[in-house]
Unconditional design. Structure first.
Lengths: 684, 310
């Protein structure tokens, strides 16, 4: 504490003034003889107490008034240590890492809560009028508080926001987002504060931040003293020798800190329907460990979530558990019709497609695939399938074509892939109600490339692998007006087109699934293309299957009128969608919970349990389990000086408060005087 | 103050005596005297006021025998008449220090006013042939004058009432009513009229007890409670240093603030004084020193005539 004008303290001598006046007033009283003196003294004994009380308070108040006023004139100030900034207006963007590693508990509090507390301290240290934005660095990076001057609202949002810390880290994108927010501001200087554990995985591209940006990087928490165990992978498969048992192969990993032991004894267990079904002791070393757990195989109609977990005292508990879906009651039923089977596997029409689908089934899309030849297809039960793929099939017979039309109009998906055996005339004749266009026949071409159709978001990321494909042959198609082009050849001819019919849809691929027409099956874009085609054909029902990362959005089928779609999260929370409006799909983004989500459909108002249609599992991001401390980026400073996070001492003047006290004392003195006068008036 | 100035003023002036000349002082009950006068005597004697009849007993004065009743009843009956006697009046003037207050207005001097009141009573009593004596006291008896009814006694009476007033000053003592009145009570002799003029400012709760004894002895006691208007109204303003009239004590007070409490205390004091006088069998008259003497005397005597006075 200090004084800006210490000489003003001489004004404290003024407190003698009321005392002197009080004494003088007493001394100068005129003298009066009163024979009834005894009566007066008795009266005084009654009234003097109140009188003296009022007088003393008035005297004290006046002394206090002068003392406080003198003190206020001396302009006292407190030296305050600011937790951020220099007490001046600033444009500040706070980046909070809300990735999974920030869920680690350090000192009794999770790192994400420590970061939130620190961010709130920073906001409180900012003077009113400052601009503030808060960006979350969990993938995908997003803005929690858009840049604004309403610090109170920002504090409230920051305090009440749910920060589950389950995502992976996307610091680079978060910094770019923070920069964009910062550039919207008008106030200078511009400062950025990044709060993260700066584990090794949280590294970002240093070129993201220009040199002109004053950025402060604060590590939240201390490096973990314990090793961190996590489940790298857990895969369930029915035991071929004992079909009633399902084996879950669990791959365990551990990261050890500098002072942690090199091996850890732990227990791994699987929980099924709330009970531990199997447990196994493991010793995890730096190279990791494996364990195999066994659970009863669910019935074909059952879909169960098995929770595999490591039981150990490690650094991060959130990555110790992983959900595995047992059974395939919700798996997509795919019927492949192989129009050109061949004993030589490489020459088989479905050689590439089968392998791609096997990979999809393991990683992205739970499918049950059945392959038939065209003869068998004529008599197959189409109702059991979700999607039917006619791969280089000459043409379905009249009966099969008729059932195909019914199948598609009832909601099924049909994919027609080109090939040398295609009989375009028969297709046009029998499936014109389904096909997206009129097939004119096949024709050769010269290494045509594929490209995305204009105004279409089909395969937003997969085009990287498709552009390298070259086609030498293709189907020539004249699209119907109600058809949609999903992919094009570089000469703008349709490569993949779609057409809705009833509740289903048909996709026509002008290229073949094997390597006869193009080298597409050999290109990296083949797998995503196949997955996207199946999802598109099956409608969004198929979209929500497989394993996803926290924060990823999932596309769900929009319910038909009178129907509903319900998503049940692993924590018991449920989201229900009705009244589709104009939307064809629902983007479900509330995936900030680890475990299995169920997608169920049913009729509105129906008392029956909605039917399970799909499941997807949100896995903990594996890279977040590496808690090894990475380097904290060097703090940047520009010519405006200093790091914003360096504590700065500022003077907080007490004068306004003291003048407020003076005002209150004056008011109080007036009240006392009025009260005294009122008492005197009453006594008259 | 104006003790000297007051002393120069005659206690009785012609104007006052003319205004009260028509008034008569009469004792409220029987008093003893050795000469006939206006006042009832406890003794039966020659007068025109019939008292009672009773049977004759040997030894009775035959002059009192009612021959008319004997003629009617054939019984000897003695006829008694009230004896009217002259009054022995004692005027008692309190000259304690508190009685020297005039509030800056000589005309309202408490002791002077009291002396004038008593002088007026003395003039009336002497005028109707009663014997009048006087006492002046403060903490003790200062001056005494035995009752006489000679016409030249008025000068002696006035000198007793006026002299101590003129001498009041440094010698004035605080009032000790109980002591003084007890001493006076021993001097007043047989039943008569006692008029006390005092401000009754004595903190002793038994200050007025001697009045009870006087009344018990048959004296007709009247108390003139002399109060200055300043004492009754407390017209002071703002802060003042108040001095006691009978001691060096002082006290500072805001008159505006303390007024209400003072008036309440005064009201209590006056009520108690009146109650104690009435309880002692005395007549109580509150006399403001800014009032006219004749009006107070008239107020005292005219209602008293209906009740036995005047």
């Amino acid at each position: 504490m200090g004084l800006e004008a210490p000489l003003a303290l001489l004004g404290l001598l003024g407190v003698l003034l009321p005392l002197i006046l009080h004494r003088m007033k007493k001394r100068e009283l005129p003298r009066v003889v009163l024979p009834t003196f005894a009566l007066l003294t008795r009266a005084l004994a009654r009234s003097r107490q109140r009188q003296a009380f009022t007088d003393i308070w008035l005297l004290v108040l006046r002394i206090a008034l002068i003392a406080v006023a003198a003190l206020a004139l001396a302009v006292p100030f407190l030296t305050k240590q600011l937790t951020f900034g220099d007490g001046q207006l600033a444009n500040v963007v706070i980046v909070i890492d809300d990735s999974l590693s920030m869920a680690r508990v350090d000192g009794g509090t999770s790192l994400i809560e420590q970061a939130r507390t620190r961010a709130l301290d920073v906001v409180r240290a900012l003077p009113e009028g400052s601009e503030l934005a808060v960006v979350l660095a969990g993938k995908p990076a997003r803005v929690l508080v858009p840049l604004a001057r309403d610090l109170g609202s920002a504090q409230r949002t920051l305090r009440e926001a749910e920060l589950p810390a389950v995502r992976s880290n996307d610091m680079t994108e978060a910094l770019e987002l923070a920069l964009r927010q910062q550039h919207r501001g008008l106030v200078t200087p511009q400062r950025m504060l990044v709060l993260s554990d700066f584990a090794r995985h949280a590294a970002f591209e240093s070129k993201t931040l220009p040199d002109t940006v004053v950025a402060s990087f604060e590590r939240i928490g201390s490096p973990p003293a314990k090793p961190n165990l996590f489940i790298a992978q857990a895969q369930a498969s029915v035991d071929p020798a004992r079909p009633t048992e399902t084996s879950i192969a669990v791959e365990l990993r551990a990261t050890f800190g500098a002072q942690a032991p090199e091996r850890v004894d732990a227990r791994v267990e699987v929980e099924l329907q709330g009970k531990v079904a199997h447990t196994q002791a493991v010793t995890i070393e730096r190279a990791g460990a494996e364990a195999t757990l066994r659970v009863p195989t669910p019935l074909p109609s059952q879909t169960l979530e098995a929770r595999v977990r490591i039981v150990a005292d490690d650094a991060l508990a959130e990555d110790n558990e992983m959900s595995v879906v047992l059974g395939h009651a919700d798996a997509l039923q795919l019927l492949l019709v192989n129009g050109d089977p061949h004993p030589s596997s490489r020459a088989d029409e479905l050689f590439y497609a089968s392998r791609a689908l096997a990979l999809l089934s393991e990683n992205q899309l739970a499918m049950r695939v059945q392959t038939v030849d065209p003869m068998s297809f004529e008599h197959a039960r189409l109702e059991d399938s979700d999607v039917i793929v006619l791969a280089n099939v000459a043409a379905p017979g009249p009966g099969a074509a008729e059932r195909l039309v019914e199948f598609v109009q009832a909601g099924g998906g049909l994919i027609v892939a080109a090939g040398t055996r295609i009989d375009s005339a028969l297709y046009n004749a029998r499936l014109s109600a389904l096909l997206p266009g009129h097939i004119r026949g096949s024709a050769g071409c010269r290494d045509l490339q594929l490209k995305a159709a204009a105004d279409n978001n089909f395969l937003p990321e997969g085009m990287v692998g498709l552009r390298e494909a070259r086609s030498q042959q293709r189907l020539l198609v004249d699209l119907f007006p109600d058809a949609t082009t999903l992919l094009q050849f570089e000469d703008d001819a349709p490569a993949l087109a779609s057409r809705a019919a009833g509740d289903g849809r048909t996709l026509l691929l002008s290229a073949s699934l094997d390597a006869d027409y193009s080298d597409l099956p050999l290109r990296p874009g083949y797998l995503p293309l196949l997955a996207a085609m199946i999802r598109e054909a099956a409608g969004a029902t198929a979209a929500a299957r497989g394993r996803i990362a926290p924060g990823d959005s999932v596309t769900l089928p929009a319910p038909k009128p009178g129907h509903l779609v319900e998503v049940r999260g692993p924590n018991g929370k449920a989201w229900r969608y009705t009244a589709p409006g104009q939307r064809d799909v629902i983007r479900f983004a509330a995936t900030d919970a680890l475990g299995m989500f169920e997608v169920r459909t049913g009729r509105e108002g129906d008392s029956a349990e909605p039917r399970l249609r799909a499941t997807f599992v949100v896995d903990p991001p594996r890279e977040e389990s590496d808690l090894s401390a990475g380097p904290v980026p060097q703090q940047a400073a520009n010519q405006e000086g200093g790091s914003a996070a360096t504590p700065v001492s500022v003077h907080a003047s007490l004068s306004p408060w003291l003048w407020l006290i003076v005002f209150c004392l004056v008011a109080l003195e007036g009240v006392l005087r009025a009260r005294k006068r009122w008492g005197e008036r009453l006594s008259h | 103050m104006s003790d000297r100035a007051h002393a120069r003023k005659p206690l009785l002036d012609q104007e006052l005596t003319e205004r009260i000349a028509s008034l008569r002082v009469r004792a409220s009950h029987a008093v003893e005297g050795i000469r006939s006068g206006l006042h009832k005597s406890p003794h039966r004697g020659a007068s025109v006021i019939f008292a009672e009849h009773r049977d004759y007993r040997p030894g009775d004065d035959l002059r009192m025998l009612d021959w008319r009743a004997y003629a009617r009843n054939d019984r000897y009956t003695i006829k008694h008449f009230e004896q009217e006697t002259h009054l022995r009046a004692h005027l008692m003037l309190d000259l304690s220090a508190s009685m020297g207050f005039d509030g800056g207005k000589p005309a309202t001097h408490k002791a002077g006013f009291a002396a004038t009141m008593l002088a007026a009573f003395g003039w009336l009593l002497l005028g109707q042939g009663d014997a009048v004596g006087a006492f002046a006291f403060d903490s003790d008896l200062r001056k005494a004058l035995a009752p006489r009814n000679r016409p030249d006694h008025l000068d002696a009476l006035l000198s007793v009432l006026a002299l101590p007033t003129a001498e009041r000053g440094r010698d004035a003592q605080p009032a000790k009513l109980a002591h003084s009145l007890t001493a006076l009570g021993e001097r007043v002799g047989r039943r008569g009229l006692v008029i006390l003029a005092s401000d009754l400012l004595d903190t002793d709760p038994d200050a007025l007890a001697p009045l009870s004894r006087m009344a018990a002895l048959g004296h007709d006691v009247m108390v003139l409670h002399i109060m200055h208007p300043y004492e009754l109204e407390f017209p002071f303003k703002q802060g003042l240093c108040f001095e006691d009239a009978e001691s060096p004590a002082t006290v500072e007070a805001d008159a505006d603030v303390v007024r209400r409490a003072y008036l309440a205390e005064l009201d209590t004091f006056l009520s108690h004084a009146k109650q104690r006088c009435l309880a002692a069998g005395a007549r109580y008259v509150l006399a403001r020193t800014d009032s006219k003497v004749e009006s107070i005397i008239a107020n005292v005597l005219l209602p008293a005539r209906r009740a036995g006075w005047g």
